[in-house]
Design a binder for this molecule. Sequence first.
Ligand code: CO
Length: 496
Amino acid sequence: MSALAELKNYIGEMVELQAAAAIAHWDARTYMPERGVETRARVTGRLARLAFERLVSPKFGELLAQAEKELESASEAERAMVRMGKRDHERARAIPPDFYQKFVELCTKAESVWEKAKAEANFSLFKPYLSEIVDMVREMAGMIGYKEHPYDALLEEYEPGMTTRRAAEILGNLREKLVPFVKELQERGTPPPPIPEGKYRIASQKALCREALQAIGYDFSAGRLDDSAHPFTIGLGPGDTRVTNRYNEAEPFSALFGALHEGGHALYDQGVPPELYWMGLAGGASYGIHESQSRFWENQIGRSLAFWGFFKPKMSRRFRVFARMKPEEIFRMVNKVEPSLIRVEADEVTYNLHICLRFELEVGLIEGKLKVEELPERWNAAMKDYLGVMPPDDAKGVLQDVHWSGGSFGYFPSYALGNLYAAQFMEALRQDLPDLWSRVEAGDFRPILSWLREKIHRFGHMYFPEELCEKVTGAKLSPEPFLRYIREKYSTVYRI
Ligand code: CO
């Protein structure tokens, strides 16, 4: 057997273990009975360990080295398999297993302390744990290695190839333009009408979510829609990509946009060729690119005027209160901009400012220029500067996100980059499909999905995000398409 074929088998086995872990994980978050927690933790712990042992094993390293010698006659996918396998193997081996074990245990403890600290709005409870986590993360950055900045080593996990310098440039540029634009909307704009108060039947909301998913091309014969506390998408392998959602009886839009968001992730997953999946090349080019697909369907399509031309009749059939409205009213209603305290509830204009703030604080912590005890004060000052709002306590401020308690540093920028990629992809799509909006209005999403499949989905995890971005749009990632999109759309919504 050739070394490449042997490597493919080896990686295939790791992917099988990941798929088994994914099923256990999906079940734990949807249907598992309360008392199943301990058994499930034991099983998923074992599966994660088996997968990790294979990832760091010297045998994997040897297979990769052997396969590298056969690359001349290899396919592009095989070359990507070796490149990505090597990258993951080296990153995982950089951290000694004992150190990593200690880190996982610390984070497990820290997460439950964080929950308590958040419930009591008491940062001092969480502070010693966060200090220890930051120290260990800084140490890990050193172990992984970096060219310029320790934060590069962390970004690399979520956004391969992205550097602190470049992220600072992109996000800084974004912040400079967004802060005054939000002010302008508030001072000169006409705010959209509010969402009508009422009781929106959950069964009807679920039916609408299914209609929306079906319309955009989510394949229900290769997926499911279930309930969970927080919406998520999970790929269990070719032919099985599941989404979950949650519902609020007081308003029907958060569930609908949740479904479109998760649907965007799921379409990406359903569009990756099976052979790439078994080579460890599913999962998307990066977290940011994955998020671009969810934001694309949620915001670029779902929150467009044309979409409401198509979807309003469906909405009115379930909820009569919308029957007498024009699509334009709903379009404005679902695009309300309001500086707020909580990132996950933020609209698409202010959302990225929440990310800018977190990015700047994380970089400060990792550089060692910012101390953990200074965090709440710095957080609040930045909220005031960027959004003009002041958290009444730390629960609605520095303690709101779970990420730091779980040891995830370098993750936040991917959310903002996802918004930027989505806008840049949309500009490229509009060039290729000039009648885009009339298609959307007619509910014909097939040419859009085909374009995404052709340009993005079919490559899975073969390319780094910037490589893919250049392939799709002919340019490197830039905040300009997003800023153009925001200015144009919200000048209409706010009538300025
Ligand atoms: Co998402």
